[in-house]
Design a binder for this molecule. Structure first.
Ligand SMILES: Cc1ncc(COP(=O)(O)O)c(C=O)c1O
Length: 390
């Protein structure tokens, strides 16, 4: 487990001397420590599948693969990145509300476990297998359900328990299962529910996971669905500010173990798909102040990069933790602006020491939903390097 910044000030300076600014740097050691800390508290029957969307850097994927991770993909590009790792079959999942036929074909060819999110997914998989002329081929899938119970989100990512593009609404599942009986090649043998995001409260995460197991039990009892996998999705939170308490891993791990004990009818595996938790803490984004400006009572620090590199603060209204490298803490209020021609280009309102042109800022916990979520093409600034420090 680590603090908000994967690299100390001296390392940040050295990195910028070698690679210039702006740049991202990822610490393999921190990513590994994060993975191991979570793995250590989980019951054996819980599998960890890293959500590639959080950060698809090839070295990061290779590091997690070496630690035994499985992978959750949601596009053909992510499938390709995982395929390049040369893993044995059975370590990759494929989710997403809008899977194209080509992507389903690719997933089938790779032997990937598909999280079917709709009747269309099921029917198209069935058709694809039929068209291969493999009359006896059976494809095992998981069914992603959008639950009727509450979804707890630290930041609005999944969109709550109202209407959703994701999964099959829980109330529509019986009808879908009736239709699925006609499928010749597809068997539903798993359940997928992703109902939390950036949640640091272990009790809240466990309450959701408990509700998912109850749902699985009802589906088993009512429809005889014999699940061999129950996928609980991602959503494990990380701290983005010193006052935020990290997720209590010991409580979380013990809670999952107790949950399995309370469900002796289910003897198979649980899957967790954390992205943010595994990748967030390993990343730092380094950018210099281009100039400082006072405008009608607001002090701006205008930086080399903005929402083209880090869009999360705009989407969630929560800044990444930031420090002025080599200057210590301070209490001067700054609005951090990027170089783009839009007043949306803000990285937060923060307290820092007095800044001047050329000062180096380091943004912590930017290993997940950082550069890969940014608007890198907007204004055609060069894409910053991503430096891997093993
Ligand atoms: C299907 C699926 N699994 C896992 C994740 C990872 O979520 P997190 O980074 O919150 O752990 C996501 C994120 O959107 C997702 O869509």
């Amino acid at each position: 487990m680590t603090g908000l910044f994967a690299f100390d000030d001296a390392t940040c300076q050295t990195l910028t001397e070698a690679h210039g600014t702006p740049c991202f740097a990822y610490s393999g050691a921190v990513a590994e420590a994060q993975f191991q800390a979570l793995r250590a508290v989980l019951p054996q029957r819980v599998r960890l599948a890293y959500a590639v969307k959080a950060n698809p850097h090839p070295e990061l994927l290779a590091r997690f693969a070496a630690l035994g991770a499985s992978f959750d993909c949601a596009s053909s590009g992510e499938l390709e990145r995982v395929e390049a790792l040369g893993l044995p079959r059975g370590r990759t999942f494929f989710a997403g509300p809008g899977k194209r036929t080509l992507e389903l074909q690719q997933a089938l060819a790779m032997g990937v476990r598909i999280q079917a999110e709709s009747w269309e997914d099921l029917a198209r998989i069935d058709d694809l297998v039929s068209s291969e002329g493999l009359a006896d081929r059976e494809v095992t899938v998981n069914l992603r359900v959008h639950p009727a119970f509450d979804i707890t989100e630290g930041n609005r990512i999944i969109g709550g328990s109202g209407p959703s593009a994701f999964g099959v609404d829980e109330e529509d599942v019986p009808n879908l299962l009736r239709r699925a009986k006609a499928l010749r090649h597809v068997r539903i043998r798993g359940l997928h529910v992703f109902a939390a995001s950036n949640q640091r409260d272990a009790a809240k995460l466990l309450a959701i996971h408990s509700a998912v197991l109850e749902l699985a039990k009802r589906l088993w009892e009512a429809h005889g669905l014999g699940f061999e996998q129950i996928d609980l999705g991602g959503g494990l939170g990380v701290a983005y500010a010193p006052e935020e308490t990290p997720l209590d891993l010991a409580v979380f791990g013990q809670g999952l173990s107790d949950l399995l004990d309370r469900h002796p009818w289910y003897a198979h595996e649980l899957i967790l798909e954390p992205g943010r938790f595994l990748a967030g803490p390993c990343g730092v984004y380094l950018a210099r102040v281009v100039r400082v400006k006072e405008s009608r009572g607001t002090r701006f620090a205008i930086l080399e990069g903005g929402i083209n590199h880090l869009i999360r603060p705009l989407l969630t209204r929560q800044p990444f933790p930031v420090k002025a490298v080599g200057k210590g803490p301070g209490d001067t209020p700054y609005t951090l602006a990027g170089p783009l021609c839009t007043s949306l280009d803000r990285l937060g309102e923060v307290a820092l020491p007095e800044l001047a042109a050329g000062d180096l800022l380091a943004f912590g916990t930017t290993g997940a939903y950082g550069l890969n979520e940014g608007m890198t093409h907007f204004l055609s600034h060069p894409v910053p390097p991503e430096v891997w420090i093993p």
